[in-house]
Write a protein that binds this ligand. Structure first.
Ligand code: NI
Length: 244
């Protein structure tokens, strides 16, 4: 069930049988010359569609994340870490007031991880400092880091998957949006690796936006396999976290 397509009595009925919710979270940022700017939001949102079909409640995707290092490329948007932290905290506390207790953030962007975990700590600190028990459990699950997805990525691409604008994530976006497939030549074939700092430094070191990846290896057929693997990983992880 998608929250955006439910009525409040339907959400109230859901709360009678479950107090868990899935919240896809991504980013709006360049993904190299051939990857969609929405890649990091499209990937968890696509997998969350399967979670909704299996009966879980899925919130609207938080599509703008912490992507300051990508601002040197047109179309990228960032929230400051402090803004993203406030957004995540407000989403949790809005729903917690209605009886939700388990918040599973299905994430598509490495740059969100530190901030989202800090937001969880803020929510718990609020309770701890006021001497109350929050009764709340939060977890960040990265769709790209589950056991089936990482095994598939190793099998299909090995080291060539890299870490930004990867063939894995681009395959998944092409499965979701076959019309988005692009086959432009990439030079160099394998993008450079290195640390991430600010936006100007990033563009200097990663001139076409990719990090360590060879996204021309992506195909929509691979994307279907990443969808199946990512959904199985996410459902296992959700059930271990929130029960069934
Ligand atoms: Ni990405």
């Amino acid at each position: 069930m998608f929250l955006q397509q439910a009525t409040w009595p339907e959400v109230a009925a859901y709360l009678e049988r479950s107090t868990g919710i899935v919240i896809p979270i991504g980013s709006t940022e360049q993904h190299g010359p051939t990857g969609l700017i929405g890649t990091d939001a499209i990937c968890p949102e696509t997998i969350a569609t399967g979670m909704a079909e299996s009966g879980l409640l899925v919130a609207p995707t938080l599509s703008i994340g912490m992507a300051q290092h990508h601002l040197g490329f047109p179309g990228s948007i960032t929230l400051r870490p402090s803004t993203l932290l406030a957004v995540v905290r407000d989403v949790i506390t809005s729903l917690a007031g209605q009886g939700f207790t388990h918040f599973y953030f299905l994430n598509g962007h490495g740059g969100n991880i530190a901030t989202v975990n800090a937001a969880f700590a803020e929510v718990w600190a609020e309770a701890s400092l006021s001497g109350q028990e929050s009764g709340l459990a939060m977890k960040l699950g990265n769709w790209f880091a589950g056991p089936r997805v990482t095994a598939l990525s190793r099998e299909l691409y090995g080291e060539a998957d890299g870490s930004h604008a990867t063939a894995s994530e681009i395959s998944l976006t092409w499965y979701a949006h076959p019309e988005a497939e692009r086959r432009d030549g990439l030079d160099p074939v394998r993008a450079p690796n290195g640390p991430i700092r600010d936006a100007i430094d990033y563009r200097k070191h990663f001139p076409d936006g990719r990090i360590g990846s060879e996204p021309h290896l992506a195909t929509p057929e691979h994307g279907k396999r990443f969808y199946d693997a990512g959904l199985a990983d996410a459902l296992d992880d959700y059930r271990a976290f929130a029960g069934s």
